[in-house]
Design a protein around this ligand. Sequence first.
Ligand code: FES
Length: 150
Amino acid sequence: MKIEITKNGPYKVIGRIPLSEKKLVTVDGKTEVKHVKDYETKDTTYLCRCGKSKNAPYCDGTHKTFFDGTITAPRGNDIDTKTSDPEIAVMQNHIKGVSGPLSVSGYVRISDEAGLFEPKTKVSLCRCGASKNKPFCDGTHQTINYQDKH
Ligand code: FES
């Protein structure tokens, strides 16, 4: 199972990694993550990373009209230590009232045309298209008030 970052385009998710939506909420003063729903996946599923799809979390081709998805994050050389089952969660931050990144956990290889990205147990991939640390989330979705339901 892997995620390929396409040039100026979506995340190409290969291998039916379970995909769900989760929301951050406050319960009794504490931040909790709640499952909202599951999304359908295919053998290959394209997930939007430009922030403008009308069919989020899926890509609808809108990126072709404007998106510069140049990778800006430094590359690491960590060896994969992931052991849990892979999962992708489409995050919705109900506390801040914004849509958030893709939270990727478990054994998932993430790469682009230049090679593999530093594998970690959990990473957040930018979904709003505005991170200065692509492909990873840098919190900019909050600054730009990213809403994936256009
Ligand atoms: S990456 Fe294709 S519509 Fe956003």
